[in-house]
Design a protein around this ligand. Structure first.
Ligand code: NAP
Length: 243
């Protein structure tokens, strides 16, 4: 049987690396992008290959639309097809509202909704019927329990509208588009032993952080057979922080 192909942005570490590993375990060949951590991306590429898949590591700045489009084209050229894209690359600057600069706002909008739009549009040009688009948002798109996250929350909530539009545009081809909203997840971006971690845990229903594998499991569900009737949805995987 021909293997399916997934492209995961920000796959060098954290949630993206967990998604790449999980999809490889589910039988996908995987292209993954990174911004600067080439050595770490190469290590994930090796893990995917060890799981029996083909893999590709691509250096891509998410704010660079041309580079994103080129990554989609290279994936199709080198791995032969495209079935799933996961838009995960992200940043999490925060701070007092009065001090947020417009440059920071522009950067957040470029790396989150603009890059997600570019990725989805480029993928739709190459994706087979029945393909899957999964974006990684944030629980802060749905509920903001602490100050300092206004611009980040704005940049992530745009993904909810984006997947609804994509669902309607691509539904006739059987292509689904969904956003997964993680809550506090134990990565370098937000370590479970970091200075704010206890406060973050207190706001959840389950009293705990998510693991990157928790997020990857839902992405894998959306990418697999069980996801074929889910589209235009925003799915919380957040230990109940938005409950
Ligand atoms: P992470 O550990 O900091 O990893 C970020 C990944 O994105 C890395 O692969 C990084 O590449 C890549 N990246 C960052 N900025 C980039 C850019 N400008 N262009 C291209 N690639 C870029 O973060 P994470 O916690 O796994 O977060 C993944 C996604 O989940 C993000 O969208 C984040 O907003 C979202 N999220 C995280 C949490 C959480 O608590 N961790 C909660 C909600 C949502 P390099 O390794 O090369 O730097």
């Amino acid at each position: 049987m021909t293997r399916k192909v997934a492209l995961v942005t920000g796959g060098s570490r954290g949630i993206g690396a967990a998604v790449a590993r999980r999809l490889a375990g589910d039988g996908f060949d995987v292209a993954l992008t990174y911004r600067s951590a080439g050595d770490r991306a190469a290590a994930i590429v090796k893990e995917v290959e060890a799981a029996g898949g083909r893999a590709l590591g691509l250096r891509v700045e998410a704010a660079d639309a041309g580079a994103l489009v080129a990554a989609v084209e290279r994936t199709v050229r080198e791995l032969g097809r495209l079935d799933v894209v996961v838009g995960n690359a992200g940043i999490a600057p925060y701070g007092a509202l009065e001090e947020v600069t417009l440059e920071e706002v522009d950067r957040l909008l470029a790396v989150h909704p603009r890059a997600s739009f570019v990725l989805a549009q480029a993928a739709a040009r190459h994706m087979r019927d029945g393909g899957r688009i999964v974006l990684i948002g944030s629980s802060l798109a749905e509920r903001v329990p602490y100050p300092g996250w206004t611009a980040y929350a704005m940049s992530k909530s745009a993904l909810t509208g984006l997947v609804k539009g994509l669902a309607r545009d691509l539904g006739p081809r059987g292509i689904t588009a969904n956003v997964v909203h993680p809550g506090s997840t134990d990565t370098e971006m937000n370590p479970a032993d970091g200075p704010d971690a206890d406060e973050e845990r207190r706001h959840t229903a389950l009293g705990r952080y998510c693991s990157p594998d928790d997020i990857a499991a839902t992405v894998a569900h959306l990418a697999g057979d069980g996801g074929r009737a889910i589209t235009g949805a925003a799915i919380s995987v957040d230990a109940g922080v938005t409950a």
